[in-house]
Design a protein around this ligand. Structure first.
Ligand code: SIN
Length: 297
């Protein structure tokens, strides 16, 4: 929400109040996005109430973090399955024999690191992933943080006129430019084609009912139904807007930390500031639904 006049900040966000939790601890990183979860061991089967509370903490905070989770690959996959079917990445390398366990790795010889631009995971899919669960086991001495931005807050901060312009509009998301040749250094052979899809620019979250901006530098090619130069200018404005630090939290990894983000309302960006050191882990991605826009009442 934007404010008029000189009293208070320009943007006033709809802050999610913390609800009561009985089986986990939930400590917010910022009033807008991110919370660290404690009192839980993800290597063990979760009781139904604990699983519900993790799900609720994700819905309320958009990205949640866990520390000291020494998980096997199977335990990591099993945790992901609690939230839905697992998504198999259309291009990225995976652990041999485990297609749903994506490798996240950069070292001295890497030409690039994963996720260096602001993006939503695989938004080029017809049904993009609901969430991603990243476990980092090898860290550089310093750096390698990940930034997360709330697309609810980015939407809420738009003017009513801009919301009106964007509500109900669609955009093309394409995997081709993002994926072709990208994983050559891992020995990945390109597919004949990569997914593409049209999605609403403003996406209604199926659980919370809140509106979120759903365009990103990684995959969005153009806005539909407007001239090319208008689309390019509008996307440039939206990308700058989305990257306002007010909407962000920044996570500093430690060995065996986990980040679980909701791709329906969050964008993220990985910092490759640690070259020539190594940073390594695995990502389990939970399948999602087709994005939709439902007008607010
Ligand atoms: C990703 O985009 O999934 C990578 C994020 C990271 O390495 O921090």
């Amino acid at each position: 929400m934007q404010t008029k006049g000189n009293n208070g900040p320009r943007y006033r966000h709809q802050v999610q109040e913390t609800s009561e939790y009985t089986t986990i601890g939930v400590a917010k990183l910022t009033p807008i996005i991110g919370a660290e979860i404690s009192g839980i061991d993800l290597s063990k089967p979760l009781a139904p109430e604990q699983q519900n509370e993790v799900h609720r903490a994700l819905a309320e905070n958009q990205v949640i973090f866990f520390r000291d989770q020494d998980l096997t690959k199977e335990q990591h996959l099993a945790f992901g399955r609690l939230f839905g079917d697992l998504h198999v990445h259309p291009a990225a390398p995976h652990v041999e024999g485990l297609p749903a366990l994506m490798k996240i790795h950069a070292d001295e010889s890497s030409p690039r690191a994963n996720g260096e631009r602001w993006h939503t995971d695989v938004s080029c899919d017809q049904t993009p992933p609901m969430g991603s669960i990243l476990h980092i086991h090898t860290l550089p001495p310093h750096g390698g943080d990940t930034l997360f931005a709330s697309m609810y807050a980015a939407y809420d901060a738009l003017s009513d006129r801009m919301k009106h312009y964007l509500n109900g509009m669609t955009a093309l998301h394409d995997g081709e430019s993002n994926y072709r040749g990208t994983y050559k250094n891992f020995g990945v052979v390109d597919k004949p084609s990569y997914p593409y899809a049209e999605h609403p620019v403003v996406r209604t979250h199926p659980i919370t009912g809140r509106q979120a901006l759903y365009v990103n530098r990684g995959f969005t090619i153009h806005l539909n139904g407007v001239p090319k130069d208008e689309s390019a200018g509008m996307l440039r404005y939206l990308y700058e807007h989305i990257e306002n630090p007010l909407f962000q939290c920044r996570f500093q990894w430690k060995k065996n930390s986990i980040a679980f983000w909701d791709n329906r309302c969050v964008q993220h960006r990985a910092m490759w500031d640690y070259w020539p050191h190594t940073r390594s882990g695995h990502r389990v991605t939970v399948a999602g639904d087709r994005p939709f826009y439902r007008p607010s009442v």
